[in-house]
Ligand binder design. Structure first.
Ligand SMILES: NC(=O)c1ccc[n+]([C@@H]2O[C@H](COP(=O)([O-])OP(=O)(O)OC[C@H]3O[C@@H](n4cnc5c(N)ncnc54)[C@H](OP(=O)(O)O)[C@@H]3O)[C@@H](O)[C@H]2O)c1
Length: 245
């Protein structure tokens, strides 16, 4: 297993479907993992989830209550993180608020706002909080996104609009930060995960996504700055020499 020797990795959205796989994979590889969340209850739920099966060691997991998408709170969270583990070496942003929309012609506009807040705005604010640190001290920022950003499915209109905008946020930031010490990457996950479980129809597992993301933020040599990586198959892990625990 590739070791991430004591890297400090912040997982925004670490309580979520994809986030919980990211957190487990990072802990298993020796990272200090910080998960901020708006909800103490969700943080407790994450800890209970990670305890079994297999009993991941949670000594290096640091959970903090706070809202990264409120700018005053995000600055405070960054200071807390720095006090607890030191400067972040990497951030993985795995945020979202999925609302199905059978028709864009009749959808409630409040739902559009909620979805834009959950994907675009939350990612924007997390990036604005952490990228200045990564730019000055070096480090990797990974945006998690999904194929709905590229092609809408039935009922995914709102999420497709918001995640397409999120992709342009990634591209714009990667362009702006070219030539700096920050590496900005988009990991497009084709896994299908609900209730923190990989669904039977999924071609790759949450564990694959976690392992791949952990490799991206490790000290591997490849420079993926500005790249969108489409993670569709476990073969891609083999090609990169990534092993699951
Ligand atoms: N699930 C899948 O099958 C799948 C497939 C492909 C790609 N993806 C991508 O993976 C990412 C995460 O998806 P997910 O299914 O894991 O999401 P999720 O479990 O529904 O939510 C992830 C986290 O987003 C945070 N969040 C939501 N709205 C927010 C807001 N307005 N402000 C701040 N934080 C907010 C929540 O954090 P707190 O409540 O803890 O604060 C939540 O834990 C998305 O980019 C999605 O496109 C998911």
């Amino acid at each position: 297993m590739k070791t991430i020797t004591e890297n400090n990795v912040v997982v925004a959205g670490g309580t979520g479907n994809v986030g919980s796989f990211l957190v487990r994979a990072l802990l298993e590889r020796g990272a200090n993992v910080v998960v901020p969340s708006r909800s103490e209850e969700k943080l407790t739920g994450l800890r209970n989830h990670l305890k079994d099966p297999g009993g991941t060691n949670l000594d290096r997991l640091f959970t903090l209550k706070g809202n990264l998408s409120v700018e005053s709170e995000s600055t405070q969270l960054l200071n807390q993180i720095t006090d607890i583990v030191g400067k972040p070496d990497a951030v993985i942003s795995s945020l979202g608020y999925f609302i199905p929309a059978p028709s864009l012609l009749t959808v409630d506009l409040d739902d559009l706002h909620s979805v834009m807040d959950g994907y675009l705005m939350a990612n924007f604010k997390v990036a604005r909080t952490f990228l200045p640190v990564l730019k000055n001290h070096g480090g990797t920022f990974v945006f998690i996104n999904g194929p709905l950003a590229l092609n809408p499915w039935e009922g995914s209109g709102l999420v497709s609009i918001a995640t397409a905008a999120q992709q342009m946020l990634f591209k714009s930031l990667a362009k702006e930060l070219e030539g700096t010490d920050a590496r900005v990457i988009e990991l497009m996950s084709y896994a299908f995960i609900r209730n923190r479980q990989t669904q039977p129809s999924s071609t790759i597992t949450g564990e694959d996504v976690g392992a791949y993301a952990a490799w991206l933020v490790s000290d591997q040599d490849a420079d993926f700055h500005g790249s969108t990586i489409h993670l569709r198959s476990p073969d891609q892990l083999k090609e990169a020499g990534i092993t699951l625990s």
